[in-house]
Design a protein. Sequence first.
Length: 71
Amino acid sequence: MSRKNTRIIQNIHSMYAALNLEEDEVYHKSKMILSVYRDVVWTSLCRYDLVCETAEHLYGRELNTALLYLT
């Protein structure tokens, strides 16, 4: 391990200590979040597409028309 990597790791350990965080707990929670990340992004994109299609169907392609409806 290079000297730079060692310094970075020491800084990370210091941050955990300063914030009173358990490194293993943070690691497992991060791993869990990353395991569902793809599904969350996929669902968000699908819902975004659905909202766009619905808005286009109701208000047309013109943003001004949709915004005028809201006022």
